[in-house]
Design a protein around this ligand. Structure first.
Ligand code: ZN
Length: 244
């Protein structure tokens, strides 16, 4: 039996309170839906955290007990306090996994980790999306076929200003003609980061079984394995006797 992966599902949790179209789909918040399908897996336990919790729900104790943090934000990125972002950043470098959904491309933590503006094109008319698998051997697409199709979503298009990822897992196609790199893996320090484009708040995207499959796979990828190494400056004595 693999070790239990401890996930903290972080949500800005504002649209669900104020936007009728979002409240109807996610009455208890997107994070509740995400945590529920993750917790149904025998090797995953998930807890909730939200922007308006004390310290945004990301105290030192919570971060220390988190193997993978998932992040959804949109309208209130600027309200996330910089010292919390710095702590999350340090935890990622120390080996915590981070999964950023959809509009979290503009979150402080994602932009800090990738070091780019993360700007993109967008259009909200409810068009179809096909996410094509372009790295079929990767564990994040275990159990997924040639593509994942979402009937209605917001479009994101290139140019997406991010560094070339360590692994590109999905490329999305939209009927309006745009394409988008929609599943990106980055290694930062000892940690793993996955950006996954789906997750617009007014469509039931986190209830889609294939999207859930990808997220479960991504939690396992980001939360398992890896070295016990921590990135530290050091000035060591030689391990072996140096040649004369
Ligand atoms: Zn959106």
């Amino acid at each position: 039996m693999a070790d239990l992966i401890r996930v903290t599902v972080w949500n800005e949790f504002r649209h669900e309170k104020h936007l009728e179209a979002c409240k109807e789909i996610y009455p208890d918040g997107m994070h509740k839906v995400i945590a529920d399908f993750l917790s149904a897996e025998p090797d995953i336990e998930a807890r909730l955290a939200a922007l308006d919790d004390p310290d945004h729900g990301l105290t030192d104790e919570v971060l220390e007990a988190t193997d993978v943090l998932t992040w959804w934000g949109h309208m209130a990125h600027e309200e996330v306090r910089d010292e919390i972002v710095d702590k999350v950043h340090a935890r990622v470098l120390d080996g915590m996994g981070l999964i950023c959904f959809h509009s979290a491309h503009f979150s402080k933590i994602f932009r800090k980790l990738v070091g780019a503006s993360a700007t993109l094109k967008w259009r909200e008319v409810g068009e179809k999306e096909r996410l094509w698998v372009v790295q079929p051997g990767h564990p994040i697409v275990k159990g997924i076929g040639e593509y994942v199709e979402l009937p209605h979503t917001e479009m994101y298009g290139e140019f997406f200003d991010v560094p070339q990822p360590d692994n590109l897992i999905f490329i999305s196609w939209f009927p309006g003609g745009e394409v988008f790199r929609s599943g990106l893996c980055y290694y930062r320090g000892c940690g793993k980061v996955f950006y996954f484009r789906p997750g617009h708040e007014t469509f039931p995207i986190f209830k889609d079984p294939q999207i859930q499959r990808v997220i479960i796979n991504a939690v396992r990828w980001a939360g398992q394995g890896g070295s016990t190494l921590k990135p530290r400056v050091s000035n060591p004595e030689p391990l072996d006797k140096l040649p004369d």
